[in-house]
Design a protein around this ligand. Sequence first.
Ligand code: AMP
Ligand code: MG
Length: 338
Amino acid sequence: MNYVLGIESSCDETAAAVVSDFREVLSNIVYSQIEEHKPYGGVVPEIAARSHLEKIDIVVKNTLEKANLQLSDISAIAAACGPGLIGGLIVGATFAKTLSLATNIPFIAINHIEAHALSVRITENVDFPYLLMLVSGGHCQICIVHDIDKFEVIGKTIDDSVGESFDKVSKILGFGYPGGPAIEKIYFEANPDNFKLPHPICIKGNCDFSFSGLKTAVLTASEKCYSIQEKKDLAASFQKTVTEILSFKMKQALSLCLSKGIKITSAVISGGVAANVIIRTALDSICKEFDIPFFAPPIKFCTDNGAMIAWAGIEKFRKNKFNDLNFKPRPRWALGES
Ligand code: AMP
Ligand code: MG
């Protein structure tokens, strides 16, 4: 049995996990910095970097203890080395490389977006190629995942990411940070049909996204909201509109695969926004129309976590893909770029 230790520190979670090549998640610890960033309504890079530095040793130590393993039982040490905030990436990558140097356990540099893209395979038998909608705080794209390191991007955002839009809208309406979970909760206490919001670039055949116009529409509408209930209705209308946009884009992507004869095995949503049950349910029914199985990782593997980094490590370990200790963290690192 092989065990991989995964370390995540690319944004606002200090996380670590141990995963086996039999898909067993032995431990998965996430220290979320949400409380530290809350007063600012978003992630402050300097605060994030310092917090990773304070927490990383205890998070990794507790992860190994919880897995009931010693470092000597570990077959490889994987760390998210980009894309993300450089301060946090340096902390995680340097910690992992130092452990590797001291123990001779091989080091694997993980692309954080690729880890999101592969995360569904921790719990599901999803074979390549599959269609992936990757929606998180920093990323928003649709691609066909042909292999663990082969991604064909068929659509991406031309401005903001979906997660960022949830966070901004929540900030505008005063519902706090992070916006996604707050708005999802409000949806069930409000009228999502009260406001008509735009669906930018929802054009047949187009798989790209745009959210800045939608954000501006919410800002403009919010200036005429005089009660909390009206603000809640606006948040619910935003949730409904985002769900409709993602459903439309999933439809376009599935149609594109059909028309190009790309035989995908399934469709998948991943990333922080994939934790949204309203969106998961809507995409599931779109995929049913196309007779394509739909999968979403368990919610704890949607937002940033160490298990997806460890799992991506397992996928690379199986193919003997290791990295030198001089690997430098990359704040920008495209999907599939070696
Ligand atoms: P990540 O970038 O993967 O760490 O995910 C964080 C982003 O996901 C933030 O922008 C959150 O607002 C968003 N998010 C987290 N949970 C949800 C949810 N239930 N619904 C919508 N967005 C969410
Ligand atoms: Mg995060």
